[in-house]
Design a binder for this molecule. Structure first.
Ligand code: FUB
Length: 616
């Protein structure tokens, strides 16, 4: 059991930093972070996390992090952690699928790494100390799943020169590059097996033109410090890195080739926060760009007790990265969370007092629950109304209560489930209690109450609802039954696409569109409920170009047709899936005579490919 990060009373300590790599003595003045009940940054509150490395895979964002031990006075890191989300605010804890013990030759320092997906496998490149040489080396873990478990892919370091912080980038032509370094910057060409390389390890010249000018440190004349994150956007290669230790800020350089020459472009995230390091990770997901970083913003946080966080951003028109500031609000939610499917208790936007641990039923569970602790799950779409709440629970004591509340920890109480003793912390049972008053979309708070000490554990939860509020009303939303249930809004030829699928093996393709409003459509007249809030999710790509797609509902009542935008217009492209999602209330006056769900574009007639559509 790790110690709980126990809130505002956490001790703020004076720290002396002893590392040779970060040669600085800081009498750290730690900013006091007051967790707001509605804050969503930092992403993880159950432990201290550092060095975020995001990966988008199969419509989900996976976030790989390091783990700063409680009360650390150095980078004494022993394991890595994995979290994932589909909505950028509610993150599921997948525990620790890789640690120092994964690498029999490693002795310490589970520092900053990155995971890439290739060959149907996931490769996790990490810096660790090689026991036999005492130097930092780059190891590589491998798994068939993004959440592990990971094993040592080669049983020895991939490269070793006493430098750290690997990032891996795969170019359009399939050539993969491994970059790493502090105090220098290196790259090597990886073979397609991702666990060997060809050619020699090459040092990237750290010129001031390439990496900016640092003053006051004769041995390090450029801003480059560590933590490179290399990726491509259009014809431009980006290298975003931690600059100018200590305190670090995030800067970036660009190049027209993955091997440079690099040109310094300026600051991404200025020095802020109470961690003297920072560490970047950048992705595009569901039509937006996201910047991950770390700070010391949790209670007790600082340079060795860091926390990962995320901000949404947009590139400037010329491709430059804007200045991004740390916020406690974090990124906006993508869509909503469905309470009528089973949700892991460790899917959390914000928590107070609880921790997570591996569950005997698989995955993780929430534990160390005490009176007054709570979990917030953001943007939960109850629709027409929930009628009951079910939770999977275990208790070695006499249990307690789960109060189901809306919008704040002491907000509207819509149900209370009593949990009794089950005879063990991993002896699971299911409890159900009635719910009333949970309609529309709200932040859900599970508030735990009872006597003293640990009350119970929670593995998962799920609401049930009155008929009209639950379930996908679209027929064959996954398109696995060909075009069954689907039609064309306007003009076009609808077919079942067996070449690309967001999930399963088929999607829907509409070619021959003659107007932007022509779309993949389904009649929902008999299923629509007047005044109901509908959550929409549909995955889209284009057959050509980069059109902006949107999900719509055409509602005809009393001879008049009105158009409801179900999901905002989002740019889609040919080489990946983009999710359109949103929530909209649908209402009409008089008699409903027609209702059509459809996906269209804002302009142009590019073919549209659609999969995994839901309206609920
Ligand atoms: O977390 C240990 C080290 O701190 C990382 O390797 C560096 O990037 C810095 O964040």
């Amino acid at each position: 059991m790790t110690a709980t990060i126990s809130g505002l009373g956490a001790v703020l300590r004076r720290r002396t930093l002893l590392t040779a790599a970060w040669v600085v003595t800081l009498l750290a003045v730690v900013a006091v972070f007051v967790p707001s009940a509605r804050a969503d940054n930092p992403i993880v509150q159950t432990i201290y996390t550092a060095d975020p490395a995001p990966l988008v895979y199969n419509g989900r964002v996976y976030l790989y992090t390091g783990h700063d031990e409680d009360n650390s006075t150095y980078f004494t890191m022993k394991e890595w952690r994995v979290y994932s989300t589909t909505d950028m605010v509610n993150w599921t804890d997948h525990g620790s699928p890789m640690s120092l013990t994964t690498f029999s030759w490693a002795s310490a320092n589970a520092w900053a790494g990155q995971v890439v997906n290739r060959n149907g496998k996931f490769y996790w490149y990490v810096p660790v100390t090689n026991r036999s040489t005492g130097r930092m080396a780059i190891g590589v873990g491998v798994s068939n799943s993004p959440t592990g478990p990971f094993t040592d892919a080669i049983g020895r370091p991939l490269v070793e020169n006493n430098e750290i912080d690997p990032t891996v980038f795969i170019d359009d032509n399939g050539q993969a590059y491994l970059y790493w370094g502090n105090p220098n910057l290196w790259y090597v060409r990886l073979n397609t097996d991702m666990i060997s390389y060809s050619g020699s390890v090459t040092q990237i010249p750290l010129t001031t033109a390439g990496f900016g000018t640092r003053t006051g440190n004769a041995s390090r004349p450029t801003l480059y410090e560590e933590g490179p994150w290399v990726y491509q956007r259009g014809n431009t290669y980006y290298n975003v890195f931690a600059a100018k230790c200590c305190s670090e800020f995030i800067g970036y350089s660009t190049a027209s080739s993955p091997t440079g020459p690099w040109t310094y472009r300026g600051t991404v995230m200025p020095t802020q926060g109470s961690s003297f390091t920072n560490h970047p990770g950048i992705i595009d997901y569901a039509g937006n760009s996201y910047f991950f970083y770390h700070n010391g913003a949790l209670p007790g946080g600082g340079g060795y007790t860091r926390s990962v966080a995320v901000e949404r951003f947009s590139y400037n028109a010329d491709g430059s990265i804007p200045t991004i500031n740390m916020t406690t609000g974090g990124a906006p939610q993508v869509g909503t969370l469905d309470p009528y499917v089973r949700q892991e208790a460790e899917t959390i936007a914000w928590e107070t007092g609880v921790e997570t641990e591996p569950s005997s039923e698989g995955g993780m569970n929430v534990g160390w629950i005490e009176n007054g602790d709570s979990i917030k799950v953001k943007g939960v779409a109850f629709g027409g109304g929930a009628t009951s709440f079910t939770a999977r629970v275990a208790s070695a004591t006499s249990g307690g209560r789960i109060e189901v509340r809306l919008d704040s920890v002491n907000g509207t109480l819509v149900g209370t489930c009593t949990v009794g003793g089950t005879g063990g912390w991993q002896t699971w049972t299911t409890v159900t209690c009635p719910v009333s008053g949970a309609t529309g979309t709200h932040d859900l708070y599970l508030k735990f109450t009872g006597g003293s000490g640990n009350l119970f554990n929670v593995n998962w939860w799920q609401f049930a609802g009155g008929g009209s509020s639950t379930g996908n009303i679209l027929t064959n939303g996954g398109a696995e039954d060909g075009t069954s249930g689907w039609g064309v809004f306007g003009t076009g030829t609808l077919s079942s696409n067996t070449s690309v699928a967001h999930s399963g093996s088929r999607s829907l393709q509409l070619s021959g569109r003659t107007a932007a409003w022509n779309g993949v459509a389904q009649d929902v007249t008999s299923k629509l409920v007047n005044g109901k809030s509908y959550a929409t999710s549909v995955w889209v790509r284009s057959g050509s170009g980069t059109p902006s797609a949107k999900a719509m509902l055409a509602v005809t009542a009393n001879g008049t047709t009105s158009y409801v935008q179900l999901a905002p217009a989002t740019t889609v492209n040919t080489n990946g899936w983009t999710q359109l999602s949103g929530t909209a209330t649908v209402s009409w006056s008089g008699t409903l005579t027609g209702a059509t769900f459809y996906v269209e574009t804002t302009a142009g007639t590019d073919p549209l490919i659609v999969d995994d559509a839901s309206l609920q």
